[in-house]
Write a protein that binds this ligand. Structure first.
Ligand code: HEC
Ligand code: HEC
Length: 123
């Protein structure tokens, strides 16, 4: 739970700027099927989801079946639960408990992180 809160507050900081530009809207519906991000409200979830799309360079549909965000039918969603746990674990291993790594740290806007630099011509 402590890790979840740290992750959430870190993400909130990252997205604070973006949020300010947003016009007032209806609050998103409360989530009904959270297994990892327990305690997050609809607004938290929406912000976290944006870090996923930006981190991996994908749309919502990469992990969600159309029209039903609570559904676990898309296997990418379950795979992502493991990724969230992994990310929380690594952040929890830093002494200060701050959010040191995010999806983007490894993924860099791609679904498959690289393990070595691209071979460059003439180098
Ligand atoms: C990389 C995969 C991934 C992407 C991309 C993604 N999501 Fe999610 N989403 C998840 C996972 C995993 C959960 C469940 C988290 C949990 O179990 O704690 C979730 C949960 C949700 C929920 C809560 C559903 C409920 O009722 O429990 C909503 C709403 C949601 N996502 C919306 C979105 C939107 C909108 C986008 C696009 C902006 C998006 N997601 C992109 C993986 C993703
Ligand atoms: C420490 C590095 C690292 C971090 C941090 C990380 N990932 Fe990954 N992720 C990987 C690697 C490596 C793979 C490819 C291995 C694989 O396919 O199982 C991967 C694969 C994935 C996949 C595809 C899995 C599949 O089976 O199709 C998804 C979706 C994903 N990551 C989402 C996320 C999200 C969302 C986050 C942030 C919560 C995240 N990852 C954070 C390293 C990372």
């Amino acid at each position: 739970m402590r890790l979840t809160v740290a992750l959430l507050s870190g993400l909130a900081c990252l997205l604070a700027q973006e949020k300010e530009k947003e016009p007032a809207k209806q609050p998103p519906p409360e989530p009904t099927n959270l297994k990892i991000l327990k305690g997050a409200n609809g607004k938290d979830v929406r912000e976290i989801m944006r870090t996923f799309t930006a981190g991996l360079g994908v749309q919502c549909a990469y992990c969600h079946v159309q029209g039903n965000f609570a559904s676990d039918e898309n296997p990418k969603k379950e795979a992502t639960r493991h990724m969230i746990t992994l990310t929380q674990k690594v952040n929890g291993d830093f002494a200060d408990g701050k959010m040191r790594i995010t999806c983007y740290t490894c993924h860099r806007g791609e679904t498959e992180p690289k393990t070595a630099p691209e071979a460059k011509p003439n180098s």
